[in-house]
Ligand binder design. Structure first.
Ligand code: MG
Length: 247
């Protein structure tokens, strides 16, 4: 069952997403070579809590930090720590917020200083894939219209989409039905209805689509060590089209 949220619930989701939006703006200000991923985590946690909200990832299935920081070949779920960012890195920052009992979830991938042309293109295309996916989050469309839009744009640009990690419904829990793969033919899956809330999150790799987890049991990396990028927003299907809660 995919939950249908009332207008009041959508307002609460938006308030939750608002914290995330502002938190990204704060984090963006400090990103630079020499900053550690642990410092990003502390800043984000402090900021989220300053809004009487909770960093939703902290302790989630035992996750040891408030946000996920995934550098270069790390796809998602990287654990913040002493690692220092270096000129030329890309870093995916994934954050979740619980505020007044509603969850929001978003991710951005940033460039640290000057990065390779390939990295610039990867970030641009991943962001575009998210936009195209969001644009399919419309009443009457099928769920897999989102999946297909993401995959088509990635592959038309020479990138691969990760298969084993997917987007998800979100609301009273961080992960709800449905699962939202970033690949597949259009026209499949449930028909989208106003009030459904989806975390759409393309993960694109420069090389192989295949990923594995490190010994920390959290961090996903590309099997071939190629760069990976991740963008995500929490989006509501409404009568007036997609409403992005996290911007
Ligand atoms: Mg998510």
């Amino acid at each position: 069952m995919i939950a249908i949220r009332t207008r009041t619930e959508l307002d609460l989701l938006r308030k939750s997403g608002e914290v995330l939006k502002r938190c990204f703006l704060e984090v963006e200000k400090v990103l630079r070579p020499g900053l550690t991923t642990g410092e990003i985590d502390s800043l984000a946690e402090e900021y989220i809590r300053s809004y009487d909200a909770v960093p939703a990832f902290k302790g989630y299935q035992g996750f040891p930090a408030s946000v996920c920081t995934s550098v270069n070949e790390q796809v998602v779920h990287g654990i913040p720590g002493p690692r220092e960012l270096r000129e030329g890195d890309i870093i995916g920052i994934d954050m979740g917020v619980l505020r007044e009992e509603y969850y929001s979830d978003a991710s951005r991938t940033y460039m640290i200083g000057e990065v390779s042309e390939e990295a610039v293109k990867l970030l641009r295309v991943t962001k575009e894939a998210l936009e195209l996916g969001i644009d399919k989050a419309r009443s009457g469309n099928h769920l897999s219209d989102i999946s297909h839009a993401v995959q088509a744009h990635a592959e038309n640009n020479g990138f691969q989409v990760v298969r084993v990690l997917v987007g998800h419904g979100i609301g009273r829990r961080m992960h709800e039905e449905p699962q939202i793969p970033n690949y597949g033919p259009p026209g499949n899956g449930p028909v989208l209805k106003p009030g459904m809330v989806l975390a759409i999150e393309p993960m694109l790799n420069v090389g192989t689509k295949d990923v594995l987890t490190l010994k920390d049991n959290w961090t996903y990396v590309t099997v071939d060590g190629s760069l990976s990028a991740h963008f995500e927003d929490t989006v509501a299907v409404t009568e007036n089209g997609p409403m992005i809660m996290t911007r």
